[in-house]
Structure formats: structure tokens, C-alpha cells
Design a protein around this ligand. Structure first.
Ligand code: EPU
Length: 380
């Protein structure tokens, strides 16, 4: 272990690190001190809903060596622990978390040399960028755009951390992060070994992956490798992107013009993170059977719908809007007036208030349409 090494040995490790660019980000993390446990810690700033939740124990991971120490102390043998990134997709059901919160603060980004690959018979050039899990997602996407790398531009301004992005396969404006993830590097919390998942191993699906399910508690995500094109085609098909660009007299946008357009479109519809508490989409868009869809379409000919191989996807935002909830406020919580899929916390409220509102909305949508809407947010 690093702590037992002599100074000469430490110097040798640091020299080796500086010689090998591929390992720079991971190994640089080995130089810091052991994580200190904090008790009865407020994690209000670590959940974008902004509820003042207090955690019994809290550790921040600044290095892999700190993580290793916690594994040796058997912290992860206790069932009641939670790995928390930016807290942008988590809803605590109580103001007290009776367990241990582990927060990744692993930082660093590495751009590797570009390589050639063949995609559907077409030659293309791509670059792998490795990003540590504790980086802020929106800053990372801005970084890739500044470096003229294509792939993540439709995912600008999504709150949360890089480590959380594969967990629920974040998506927006016709792109899902799985389209760009090459590998996910993790530590197995039962024995401290490094385990790398390639794209297929992650079992990505709509807002879902292996990490959201059984592996959630087994692996700590250290870094993610993104495979980004050095020259790519922009995806402009979703929603009103094209109309928005045309209004600005932009017919063939550059990478940053598209990213800025999506930032503007998002800002028009979604509450600003840090100002109004939310978790983005609170509910998943339900997929209904074709028969039910046909019946509803007769009554509601304007109902938006997206058929897929499992049935027909209906936007939950439209259902909630039609059920009359858009802009509704009660106590300290409510339904965002520009996007009914987003439940908001105006400050000073409790998780119970939002859970009560969730239940009322679910019941009313079921009563009106016979459709069950399920939360997208992870309720802890
Ligand atoms: N709609 C309404 N009223 C509303 C909201 C939506 O009628 O209050 C209608 C819209 O007019 C549109 C349809 O519902 O016809 C779909 O709306 P939108 O394009 O805004 O997308 P969404 O399905 O509501 C999804 C993602 C968002 C992502 C947007 C844009 C889910 C659960 N949500 O929302 O993701 O930003 O598409 O790609 O898939 C998030 O995950 O936090 C998130 C915000």
C-alpha cells in the first residue's frame, strides 16, 4: 500500500505515472490522504431536489487509495450505503438517511490519440476521452465541444456527474449516452479489484443499465471512456431543434451552434439547476399496448406517440398536462409550468410533500387514461 512505501518508492511511482499518459488520471489519484468519515452531514447540496437530508455517515472519495481503505474497513459490507454522484436522479424519501453515503470526487480527463475505425463500411476517425466519475457532466460535455469532438452535443446541460451518466443511460434530443460509451472502469467493492465493462456488458436500455440494477451496489464507477468522432454528423431531427436553428438563420449548424441551441431550448423548458429544485424528468415515458393506444387516439387525436418494438411510447408530460397538473403548486412543491414531466421543490419543503404529489398525479393519470406512470427518479 502507498502509505507503507518509502519516499524513494513513492518518487518512483510518481515518475512512472508522468511517463505513461494512459495512466495519468487514475494514478494521480493515488497521492492523496485517507477519507475522513463525517457524521450527521447535510447532503442538501448533493441532491438537485434540494431537500435538506442528513446522512448518518458520509465519505468523500478523492483517490482510489481512499476507496481501497474503505473496502478494507468493510464499509461496503453494510447494506445501508449509497454511492452518490451529483444527486440529480435521486429522491430521498426521508430527511434522515440512516446509512453511509459515498461521494465520488475523482477528477481528471484524458484525451487519447485519434484512431481510425470502420462504421457501416464507412471509414471514420475517433478519439477516446477518459473522464473520472466525479467530474460534472455538463462541464465535461462543454470540454468535448471545445475540443471539437462529436457525439455528446445533444446531451449538454444535463445536471449530474459523469459517473452517473452510464447508470441510467442519460438521454435527450434523440441521443443516449450509450451511443458514445466505450467502457466503464469500476472497482469491485467486495474485493477491491478493477473490473472494466465494455458497452455490451452494461446492458443499456431506455434510462437503464446493469448499474441501475443488481450491480448498483457491487461496483464503484471510477471512470468512463467515451468514443467520440473527430468529424461527425449532427443529429437535428428531434423535436423543434431545426425550427429553432432556422429562426436564427442557421441551416447547417456547427458543433457549438447546435450545442448552444439545445442549451437555449432546455433553458426555456426546464428549471435552472441550483435555483429551483428538480430531478429533470420525474416520470418515465410509459410504453402502452397498441390496443389501448388506438382507443385513446380516438378520444385524443392530438396525443403525441412514438411506436417502438415494445408498443407505443406516450409522453408522460403530455398525459400529466392533459390531466390538468401543469403549473400546479401545493405547499413547497409543484409541477413545472413549462414542462409537466418535471416536479419541482421551491425550497423549505420535505420529501414527503413531493411523494404525496407524485401519488396524486399517478392516480389521476391512471383514472383518466388507464396508464400507469412510473417514476424515472430513483427513490431511496
Ligand atoms: N408535452 C406536453 N406538455 C408538457 C410536456 C410535454 O404536451 O407539459 C408534449 C410535447 O409537446 C411533446 C411531447 O410531450 O409532444 C414530448 O415532450 P418533450 O419533447 O419535451 O420530451 P419528453 O418526452 O417530455 C424527454 C426526456 C427528457 C429530455 C427530452 C428532450 C424522458 C423521460 N424525458 O422528455 O429528459 O430532455 O425528452 O429530449 O425520456 C431527463 O431525463 O431529466 C429529461 C429532462
Amino acid at each position: 500500500m502507498f502509505l507503507c512505501l518509502t519516499f524513494a518508492e513513492k518518487k518512483l511511482i510518481l515518475k512512472k505515472n508522468s511517463m505513461n499518459s494512459q495512466q495519468t488520471t487514475d494514478n494521480r489519484q493515488q497521492t492523496s490522504t485517507i477519507s475522513r468519515r463525517r457524521d450527521m452531514t447535510s447532503i442538501q447540496k448533493m441532491n438537485t431536489m434540494g431537500f435538506d437530508v442528513v446522512a448518518k455517515h458520509f465519505y468523500e472519495i478523492n483517490s482510489l487509495i481512499e476507496l481501497d481503505e474503505l473496502i478494507k474497513k468493510n464499509i461496503f459490507d453494510d447494506d445501508k450505503f449509497l454511492i452518490l454522484g451529483g444527486g440529480s436522479n435521486i429522491l430521498f424519501s426521508d430527511e434522515y438517511f440512516d446509512g453511509t453515503i459515498i461521494h465520488s470526487n475523482l477528477k481528471g480527463k484524458t484525451i487519447f490519440d485519434s484512431q481510425q475505425s470502420t462504421d457501416n463500411g464507412q471509414q471514420s476517425s475517433f478519439t477516446t476521452v477518459r473522464c473520472m466519475s466525479g467530474e460534472v457532466w455538463k462541464d465535461f460535455v462543454d470540454f468535448t465541444i471545445k475540443n471539437n469532438l462529436y457525439g455528446l452535443e445533444n446531451l449538454v446541460d444535463i445536471p449530474g456527474s459523469v459517473g452517473a451518466s452510464p447508470v441510467q443511460n442519460i438521454g435527450a434530443y434523440g441521443v443516449e449516452v450509450k451511443d458514445c460509451i466505450d467502457r466503464v472502469h469500476t472497482i469491485d467493492l467486495s474485493n477491491g479489484s478493477r473490473v472494466t465493462f465494455n458497452n455490451e456488458d452494461c446492458h443499456f436500455a431506455y434510462r437503464d443499465s446493469i448499474f441501475k440494477r443488481e450491480e448498483n451496489k457491487k461496483y464503484f464507477i471510477v471512470s468512463v471512456d467515451f468514443k467520440l468522432k473527430t468529424k461527425g454528423e449532427l443529429k437535428l431531427e428531434y423535436g423543434n431543434i431545426k425550427d429553432y436553428l432556422l429562426k436564427k438563420n442557421i441551416e447547417s449548424p456547427t458543433l457549438s451552434e447546435l450545442a448552444n441551441a439545445i442549451k437555449d431550448i432546455r433553458a426555456e423548458k426546464l428549471p435552472e439547476v441550483g435555483v429551483v429544485g428538480s430531478v429533470g424528468s420525474f416520470f418515465q415515458n410509459p410504453i402502452v399496448e397498441f390496443n389501448l393506444f388506438q382507443r385513446l387516439k380516438e378520444t385524443y387525436p392530438d396525443m403525441p406517440s412514438y411506436p417502438n418494438d415494445k408498443g407505443v411510447k406516450i409522453p408522460a408530460g403530455w398525459l400529466i398536462d392533459k390531466a390538468g397538473w401543469k403549473g400546479h403548486k401545493e405547499n413547497h412543491v409543484g409541477v413545472w409550468d413549462k414542462q409537466a414531466l418535471v416536479l419541482v421543490h421551491y425550497g423549505g419543503g420535505t420529501p414527503k410533500e413531493i411523494l404525496d404529489l407524485m401519488k396524486k398525479i399517478q392516480d389521476s393519470v391512471f383514472e383518466k387514461f388507464g396508464i400507469e406512470i412510473k417514476p424515472e427518479v430513483n427513490i431511496i
